[in-house]
Design a protein around this ligand. Structure first.
Ligand code: M6R
Length: 619
């Protein structure tokens, strides 16, 4: 939700604008309602900002002759306060001669009170944003203190809410100051140049050396230094780390869209997430977990907190973790968790799942769980992000950067990591299924190759999608682990193709939703393999017959060799055979491919669907 970039380098280099625009291009997935830059040059701050995608800003900048600059900040916006207009775009300016510029990610919750105070003092506002108050406040504080870091420090102590703020001032030409509270910010450490970004993608083309900041900290960068302090002014230090992927991982790699590339990254995402999880005897060893085996052995309840696709990964994992550990697992949408008076104590394990590690709803759920005394584990794809830092332990997924707004490879990596955690817990508890852990790990290891095979056979799915571009509604049915996959299939179609889509538990159909079926209604049905316990396969085949009898057009996802479905399917989409609990890692793939191609056929932007942002850093 909003991408921010800051850069300061040697004067002679004059590359600030290029670096910031490149960073914004890499961060545009975080928000694309408007974009803007501010450069410090020749004793003033200059720049531009434009509503719409980054292209609009780029065109506006090309038509201008901006002076050379070595210090700049930039912003790409997902609108919260004030619509997506030029005036509301960041940077916002303040102070005498507009010498100060700020960019902001988050929400300043007490901006009304601060704005009224400034209005009474005669300050004129030029936008409807909450951000603009911070521009005026920092500018005024700078005029008194004569120091940008101190000015920022004074102001952030007056702000409520979540924010990352970056500021530059014409009278502090080789400095960018940034502050963060509950909102992402990383520092990139270069040779004679330093960077700031919402995430490392902002500067990955220049350096892999990054510095993670804690909550309520301020960092001041110059070309040759970085200094961190706490909001109370006491000195602090960031945590240095090396980014393990390179710029190529954040490129499209020959595909037309990031989403298509990321769909094809999925074999790697699963494979890399499984890497290094066992010792030479085949026992699971999760070194990154900072919770003792003793504590973990004692847990008697698990909550999974997550949003959107990550929550569906949690719903899928619930079946497996309960089966392997016999510990009850409850999956709660993170934004509901805090308000449902959850039954949590020190024997509860709260597992958060988040690709970005910055989703505010999930972060707040984790903080609430910590307050209630639970053990907290984060399953996360982004090193240095906030949720792992706020958790007792972290299990990283290794999907690589996910840029497309629609989550694909993170989803399969999340399921994989949850399964590893479930197997680890079962091993620790020495319960009924502990001996199976090795076998399941071996079966999981076969999944990447199966995904590769599956991806090689998606032409017909793409064709069906193109053919269905005019559909008004699509339904998705699944049972057991197929149920969250039905929900995920529907979510992908909604967010990418703007088509009404709904996922149902197939058994629920006869309790109401079957009334939606009319002749020609397309329905995807995810069929469990014939070996699934409790005759689920037969039951789902009956569900297909029920909807077919009422005129539905049935698009059936079934295992290779499952001939029972053929008579009732308008289309059969085959997936490789896999043990029932691992099927979701395969059955989701055709649904992703379907949504991608249907949206593309409609001429829509699949990487940046309307109204959305990759990382939702507001509640
Ligand atoms: O970064 P997170 O995994 O915490 O994000 C959670 C959801 O916002 C995310 O999965 C969202 O639902 C995706 N756009 C779905 O494709």
């Amino acid at each position: 939700m909003c991408g921010i970039v800051g850069y300061v380098g040697p004067n002679a280099d004059d590359k600030a604008l290029g670096v910031v625009m490149e960073g914004l291009a890499r961060l545009e997935y975080r928000g694309y309602d408007s974009a803007g830059v501010a450069l410090v040059a020749d004793g003033e701050v200059v720049g531009d900002k434009k509503a719409g995608k980054l292209e609009n800003l780029r065109a506006a900048l090309e038509a201008r002759d901006l002076p050379p600059s070595a210090t700049a900040i930039g912003h790409t916006r997902w609108a919260t306060h004030g619509g997506p207009t030029d005036a509301n775009a960041h940077p916002h300016r303040g102070g005498t001669d507009n010498k100060l510029a700020v960019v902001h990610n988050g929400i300043i919750e007490n901006f009304h009170a601060l704005k009224n105070e400034l209005l009474e003092q005669g300050v004129e506002f030029r936008s409807e944003t909450d951000t603009e108050v911070s521009a005026h406040l920092v500018a005024r504080a700078f005029e008194e203190a004569g120091d940008l870091t101190e000015a920022m420090r004074q102001v952030v102590n007056r702000l409520e809410g979540a924010f990352t703020l970056l500021a530059v001032h014409a009278d502090a030409p080789d400095t960018v100051v940034a502050a963060r509270r509950n909102s992402p910010l990383v520092v990139g450490l270069g040779e004679g140049e330093n960077f700031l970004g919402s995430d490392v993608a902002a500067f990955i083309g220049y350096t892999r050396n990054a510095l993670e900041l804690a909550q309520d900290q301020i960092v001041t960068i110059t070309p040759t230094s970085h200094e961190v302090i706490n909001f109370d002014g006491s000195p602090a230090e960031g945590k240095a780390y090396e980014v393990t992927w390179d710029a190529a991982a954040a490129e499209k790699g020959g595909y037309d869209t990031f989403m298509e590339k990321e769909i094809h990254d999925q074999p790697h995402a699963v494979r890399d997430t499984l890497l290094g999880r066992t010792d030479e005897t085949g026992r699971l060893v999760l070194d990154e977990l900072r919770i003792s085996e003793e504590q973990l052995s004692g847990i008697n309840r698990i909550y999974v907190v997550a949003c959107g696709t990550a929550a569906y990964a949690g719903m899928t994992a619930k079946y497996a973790i309960e089966h392997w550990t016999r510990i009850p697992v409850e999956v709660s949408l993170a934004h509901e968790f805090r308000y449902c008076d959850p039954i949590v104590d020190e024997r509860t394990l709260v597992v958060s799942i988040s690709q970005s590690g910055e989703t505010m709803d999930t972060l707040m759920a984790v903080k609430h769980a910590n307050e209630l005394g639970a053990l907290t584990i984060s399953i996360c794809n982004t090193h240095g992000s906030t949720i792992p830092r706020e958790s007792d332990a972290v299990l990283y997924t290794h999907a690589g950067p996910e840029i497309a707004v629609a989550s694909t490879k993170a989803f399969v990596a999340q399921i994989t990591a949850c399964y590893v955690l479930g197997l680890y817990l079962s091993q620790l508890r020495g319960k009924q299924y502990a001996d199976d852990a090795k076998n399941v790990m071996a079966e999981l290891a076969e999944i990447p190759e199966k995904i590769e095979t599956l991806l090689g056979s998606m032409d017909r799915v793409a064709e069906i999608a193109r053919f269905m571009a005019d559909s008004r509604a699509v339904l998705f049915l699944g049972r057991n682990v197929g149920y969250p996959i039905a929900l995920e299939g529907a979510l992908k179609l909604k967010e990418l193709a703007y088509i009404h889509a709904e996922g149902f538990a197939a058994g629920e159909l006869k309790h109401g939703p079957i009334a939606l079926i009319e002749p020609g209604q397309p329905v995807f049905v995810i069929v469990p393999g014939p070996d699934t316990p409790h005759d689920l396969h037969k039951k789902v085949v009956s569900n297909i017959q029920e909807i077919r009898a009422r005129g539905a057009r049935t698009l059936v996802i079934a295992e290779e060799g499952d001939e029972d479905v053929v008579a009732f399917a308008d289309e059969v989409i085959r997936v490789p055979q896999a043990p029932p609990l691992l099927e979701p890692l395969l059955t989701v793939i055709p649904l992703q491919v379907f949504a991608l191609h249907l949206a593309t056929a409609k001429g829509l932007d699949v990487d940046q669907p309307r109204n959305l942002a990759k990382s939702v850093t507001v509640e």
